[in-house]
Design a binder for this molecule. Structure first.
Ligand code: GDP
Length: 301
């Protein structure tokens, strides 16, 4: 947690420092409020949340009068936390349900960090003594199955894959769920392909993967992986995937080295589901559960 805070703080100081210096400079005029708005918008907080936050701060400043930095920091913390919504359930399905493994489908556009996330998540779950099976249903990108298998080897879990490039992703997913059941695993993590060349193609492919898995087992979790640095583009992707599958949680990757932490709020609003995990680097340990309080503290520290 300490490490997460340090890294988030590094990535988000732009927002925290800029806001606090604006808000605590006293005698806030229209121009200063516009600067506050611009800073929040630049962090990808979104228009709606930015408007809410600024209105709330403005009314507090008006009622209480110009005030010291600690007080402003307190208000900002309170309002940001409400926007991030600490009451959302951010747990990930990873235990056997009704005598079968939990099934977790991981979706997202290629390049967002999907395969890496599946590998890191496997590592986290193995450290929690879970029996994990990986399914390499990203059969489109030639190296994806190799990449996942390397993670599997590193973490010590089996990877179910096809020997052929371009094999049917749904059939690999089916085999992975079957293998998980036979091995009495706790959880099956399935990596999928994310070609966003056209929406219909993507929906058809994901829809088929889903239907074929569901011949055997319900799907317990659908994690959508988004690259935090892609801003509005990421939000558009969220929308498209949200229409294709019932997303249950979001993974924001590449949160290291971006000042666009506000995307946590805008993507949660867009899909109505929580950010559950954040990627903080390329290394095997660089995946952390999303902690709303730590996140907000890092934003404004
Ligand atoms: P996929 O095509 O969605 O499966 O993407 P990959 O898992 O192959 O990841 C694409 C690139 O992003 C790789 O170079 C990863 O190492 C990198 N990556 C993934 N997650 C993170 C992260 O949280 N932070 C950073 N800095 N890089 C990441």
């Amino acid at each position: 947690l300490q490490r997460l805070r340090a890294r988030l703080a590094r990535s988000n100081t732009a927002l925290g420092k800029a806001l606090l210096s604006l808000l605590s400079r006293g005698g806030l005029d229209e121009e200063a409020w516009e600067d506050v708005e611009d800073t929040l918008l630049a962090s990808d907080l979104g228009v709606e949340a930015t408007t809410e936050l600024v209105e709330s701060l403005r009314s507090k400043v008006k009622v209480e009068g110009a005030t010291d930095e600690a007080t402003v920091r307190g208000w900002l913390r309170e309002d940001l936390l409400a926007l991030v919504d600490p009451s959302m359930d951010r747990s990930i399905a990873s235990s056997r349900v009704a005598g079968r493994p939990a099934v977790v489908l991981v979706v997202g556009v290629n390049g967002t960090g999907k395969t890496t996330t599946v590998g890191k998540l496997a590592r986290v779950l193995v450290a929690q003594d879970k029996d994990v099976v990986l399914g390499a249903a990203d059969t489109f990108r030639a190296a994806a199955a190799d990449q996942l298998e390397t993670w599997g080897g590193r973490v010590g879990v089996p990877t179910i894959r096809s020997d052929r490039d371009g094999a049917d992703p749904a059939s690999v997913a089916f085999d992975a769920v079957k293998a998980g059941a036979e091995m009495e695993a706790d959880v099956v993590l399935i990596d999928t392909a994310g070609r966003l060349h056209n929406k219909v193609g993507l929906m058809d492919e994901l829809g088929k993967v889903k239907r074929v898995i569901e011949k055997q087992s319900p799907i317990d979790e659908v994690l959508l992986v988004l690259d935090a640095t892609t801003g509005q583009n990421g939000l558009r992707q969220a929308e498209v995937f949200g229409e294709a599958v019932d997303v249950t949680g979001i993974v924001l990757t590449k949160m290291d080295g971006t000042a666009k932490g506000g995307i946590v709020v805008s993507v949660q609003r867009k899909l109505g589901v929580p950010v559950k995990l954040v990627g903080l680097g390329e290394g095997p340990d660089d995946l952390a559960p999303f902690d709303a309080e730590a996140f907000v503290d890092a934003l404004i520290d």
